[in-house]
Design a protein around this ligand. Structure first.
Ligand SMILES: Cc1cc2nc3c(=O)[nH]c(=O)nc-3n(C[C@H](O)[C@H](O)[C@H](O)COP(=O)(O)O)c2cc1C
Length: 201
């Protein structure tokens, strides 16, 4: 599927029932990540975003980490509900993209441009968000369904150890994806006239 950019944006949704299959060879998923990292803009062209693609047993391992982490902190009955959501909505998928920001890049910019010091962490988050939307939309365009999750910072340490990632990488979001089993429901769209103003003299 190759829709135009506007149609790709219109089609992207959150999918919470996904299956463990893929409409494309893994190379095309890697190409989505490469395209995002190469072409999505970043503040001061910092290129601070780091992506990790987990497939197969690595994908399953991530969601085991999430479950084991939550099992330790949630009351038993709440955990049972959470576990079934994780199994059906995330672990059941084909893979997960992890979004990190490299803090060494952020710190180096803060040192180089002290007058913007407070802004760089904010711009780093915004840079990550731009990558998230790009990857989310391109995955959907390949025929996947994806969602955006935030089990960080609870899982950060285990994730870093398991995949031997640099300590300067901060986890920002997790994006499980897979075959869309159930379509998302209707979405409420708040009035556009309250949200967009046009001035034209
Ligand atoms: C910044 C951001 C954070 C989000 N965090 C989560 C999250 O932690 N868990 C989740 O299930 N969905 C999360 N979402 C998904 C939103 O709930 C979802 O995009 C929104 O309800 C609109 O639905 P749609 O994605 O189907 O268009 C997040 C979305 C954004 C943009």
């Amino acid at each position: 599927m190759e829709r135009n950019f506007k149609d790709v944006l219109k089609h992207r949704r959150s999918y919470y029932t996904i299956g463990n299959g893929s409409p494309v060879p893994d190379k095309e998923i890697e190409d989505v990540l490469t395209t995002a990292v190469e072409y999505v803009p970043s503040a001061f062209n910092s290129q601070s975003t780091r992506l990790v693609l987990l497939l197969g047993k690595d994908h399953k391992k991530l969601w085991e980490i999430v479950k084991e982490t939550l099992r330790k902190i949630l009351p038993a009955e709440q955990f049972t509900q959470t576990e079934s959501k994780i199994d059906k909505s995330f672990a059941s998928g084909y893979g997960t993209v992890l979004f990190f920001e490299d803090e060494t890049v952020v710190k180096s910019l803060q040192e180089s441009f002290p007058s913007y010091e407070a802004k760089f962490p904010v711009w780093s988050e915004q840079t990550s968000a731009m990558h998230q939307l790009a990857v989310w939309s391109m995955l959907e365009d390949l025929g996947f369904g994806a969602s955006l999750q935030h089990y960080n910072p609870l899982i950060d340490e285990d994730v870093r150890k398991t995949w031997n990632l640099p300590s300067s990488w901060t986890l920002v979001a997790e994006m499980p994806f897979g075959l869309p089993v159930q379509s998302p429901g209707e979405k409420e769209i708040k009035p556009l006239e309250d949200r967009i103003l046009v001035f034209k003299s």
